[in-house]
Design a protein around this ligand. Structure first.
Ligand code: ZN
Length: 439
């Protein structure tokens, strides 16, 4: 008798066990050309060659067949704003103007819980349609926006990290809290949601322009009081922003120092962008094991600058790096498109991003940046079965290109990341349940 909660996926299994940039391509991943992923109770029970496993499969176990697709751990996005689904593709402004002109206008609407709930539904549909099963998400200043997001994520059982944006200045009155209210509201949300089911909380001061020193201090207090929580904010995205921060915090040694003095650096802290940093700042990020989130489509679209991956990874003071979309400054929900733009950003600086490195970043690399490798990010037995199925022949142009490639895995992955997007996602599973299937 088959267990009713068991199922299997058959196709090309690929996952990572380590960083190809460190251990080399061959030792970094596992690949089964004809593999079988057996899922029981939402967890991966077996992952190996189909021929070996099929005979052991209890009769009647449903097998979803994806013979020409890659079956991988779900993709991970380490920096995205759910209230910006109707900000994406806003024309012609750089960071500070873009915030005032487009973003704050949309974020004000999240005072209405019904609006927040509707957008949270759209947003999570869109993530799953793009194969993203976990993300670090900014909500708005309104506690209701966080409630709406977590409620929707809990309904789908997705592993999500999110938090209330803290802003106590330089934004419309409807979007500001105070240091005290930011602390109180964040703490209440954190206590309600952090570790409830699969939901995790991120303390989220937007950035140093919109948070006073007092507010950044209480963010640091929250982090000390709740060491299991995350901290997410923005750092050194744009030159005008950096000049503003210098004026607002004349006593700080640098932009990074503004956060550092408030105790915001650390292994569970994710800093969006990190484009224009001095060596001493990178040293501090390295010393504290903080994470820099590389958001290439956003950096190009808002005209912020080029992320210098080689410099951040300087072995003398390596900074942990993750990859992220940063929608709505970013222009795509797709981590595949994001990897393609990361490749181009690095090419412009004479650097490279091999396909294996890119797929490592989108999966295990980002999961390690979030400290969640015990639960997700690989096809290891016991891992949560958050899985994406990618079709390298999803479009005529991809199929046409693939005809010249044969069985070369790295070439197949490079086609997927260069030409692929949401159309390449055949299916997405959350805890072993089909959460999205391509029409
Ligand atoms: Zn952002």
């Amino acid at each position: 008798m088959a267990q009713t909660n068991a199922r299997a996926l058959r196709g090309q299994l690929l996952d990572f066990i380590d960083d190809p940039a460190e251990v080399g391509a061959a030792a970094s991943h596992r690949y089964h050309r004809d593999g079988l992923l057996v899922i029981e109770d939402g967890r991966i029970a077996k992952a190996s060659d189909a021929q070996a496993l099929l005979s052991e499969l209890p009769p009647g176990t449903p097998v979803d067949e994806y013979p020409d697709c890659l079956i991988m751990p779900g993709l991970i996005d380490t920096h995205i704003h759910y209230p910006q689904t109707q900000v994406i593709a806003s024309y012609g402004a750089q960071l500070l103007e873009w915030l005032q002109k487009y973003t704050f206008v949309e974020e004000e609407k999240f005072g209405d819980p019904a609006h927040a709930a509707a957008i949270a539904r759209f947003f999570l549909d869109e993530l799953l349609r793009n194969g993203t099963t976990t993300a670090a998400v900014y909500c708005t200043v309104h506690p209701a926006s966080v409630e709406a997001f977590f409620a929707e994520s809990e309904r789908r059982n997705t592993r999500m990290i999110a938090g209330k944006v803290m802003m106590d200045r330089a934004a419309p009155a409807a979007l500001t809290d105070t240091a005290e209210r930011g602390y109180r509201d964040s703490k209440a949300l954190l206590q309600a949601w952090h570790g409830r089911g699969r939901q995790l909380y991120a303390i989220s001061p937007r950035f140093a322009v919109t948070s006073s020193e007092a507010q950044l201090q209480v963010a640091g207090t929250l982090l000390r009081e709740h060491p299991g929580a995350y901290l997410q904010t923005h750092l050194a995205e744009n030159h005008e922003e950096i000049a503003t921060v210098r004026k607002l915090f004349p006593n700080a040694k640098s932009y990074t120092d503004v956060y550092d003095r408030c105790g915001l650096l650390g292994p569970r802290s994710i800093f969006g962008h990190c484009l224009h940093l001095a060596d001493e700042e990178l040293q501090r990020l390295s010393d504290t094991r903080s994470v820099a989130a590389f958001c290439p489509t956003s950096n190009l679209f808002i005209g912020s600058g080029l992320f210098d991956l080689a410099r951040l990874r300087d072995p003398a003071r390596p900074v942990r790096v993750s990859l992220a979309t940063d929608v709505g400054g970013g222009t795509s929900y797709s981590m595949l498109r994001t990897a393609a733009e990361a490749y181009k950003v690095l090419q412009l600086q004479g650097q490279n991003l091999p396909a294996l490195d890119a797929f490592y970043m989108m999966t295990l690399g980002n999961v390690r940046a979030l400290g969640l490798e015990a639960e997700i990010g690989s096809l290891r037995v016991g891992s949560a079965a958050d899985v994406v199925v990618l079709d390298p022949c999803a479009t005529p142009a991809m199929a046409h290109r693939m005809a010249t490639i044969g069985d070369d895995l790295e070439a197949i992955l490079f086609v997927l990341m260069t030409l692929g997007d949401d159309r390449a996602v055949r299916a997405t599973y959350v805890l072993g349940e089909l959460a999205y299937a391509a029409p």
